[in-house]
Design a protein around this ligand. Structure first.
Ligand code: 9WO
Length: 242
């Protein structure tokens, strides 16, 4: 059986993914054949005895730029290695911001090809030739696209049926970020440094617990929204009123 999701990653540093792919959930998903992740070093497509992949920028300036020929050859070869050709995505800070609805969209694809840049960036003609979709995980500069690619893989593979246990996926469905943020969690001990576990969680009234959690989740979502929009809303939990 073909995996539900195949991800091909083009990177100069495939070793960065070793620990990540060996992690429990993802390694189990790969072992079960639900997800397949293939790593490709595009240096293998570089010409010459030095297998050069980067060069100095035309027009001068600091740093090195990824050369078009090896990366474009690698992307084309990898795309044609399996069916379907897949959705080609470059990890760049100027791309569309990743969010949970984008993650859901990507999880519906049979195949993703993630391109990770390094150095100062891509020769513009790489982007013009391959026309990859560009995805950003946030407004900051990284040393390369690899960590961003791991973020995409982690978020997407969790939505592939069978990857998570039943308990974990139930949590995901009722608390995906658009629905609302998670309520606060508590476990033993009952009191930690003078901080008690809220009484409502201790008395076994499941309807009351559910109401409290829904309310907490709503407050956190509103607070996060206020923060994002710069609004000044102070959320006072009910137990602190009166
Ligand atoms: C870096 C950059 C900085 C300012 C404006 C545009 C830019 N594009 C890139 C870029 O594509 N960089 C390549 C990948 C090469 C240098 C390191 N790279 C990178 C990717 N840094 N940061 C990211 C990244 C990817 C996804 N989400 C956030 C950051």
């Amino acid at each position: 059986m073909a995996p539900a999701l195949r991800v091909d990653v083009l990177t100069l540093f495939p070793g960065l993914f070793d620990g990540f792919l060996g992690e429990s959930i993802l390694s189990r998903a790969i072992a079960k054949g639900l997800v397949d992740v293939k790593l490709w070093n595009f240096r293998d497509w570089a010409e010459g005895k030095h297998h050069q992949v980067d060069d100095r920028p035309y027009g001068g300036g600091p740093g090195m730029v990824l050369m078009a020929p090896p990366l474009v050859a690698a992307a084309e070869a990898v795309a044609l290695m399996a069916e379907p050709v897949g959705r080609l995505i470059a990890m760049t800070p100027q791309g569309t911001r990743l969010n949970q609805s984008k993650v859901r969209e990507l999880a519906g694809e049979p195949r993703l090809i993630l391109v990770c840049g390094r150095y100062e960036g891509f020769d513009e003609r790489i982007l013009e030739t391959l026309c990859p979709e560009q995805i950003s995980i946030g407004d900051y500069v990284l040393s390369g696209g690899e960590v961003a690619a791991m973020v995409v893989i982690d978020a997407v593979m969790r939505l592939i049926p069978g990857v998570l246990g039943d308990a974990e996926s139930a949590i995901d469905e009722s608390f995906s970020p658009e629905v609302g943020l998670e309520y606060p969690h508590y476990t033993r001990p009952r009191e930690f440094r003078g901080l008690p576990v809220p009484e409502v969680l201790l008395n076994g009234d499941h309807a009351a617990i559910e109401r409290w959690r829904r309310e907490q989740s709503r407050m956190r979502t509103e607070a996060a929204h206020a923060h994002a929009t710069g609004a000044t809303i102070t959320v006072v939990p009910p137990e602190r009123i009166g």
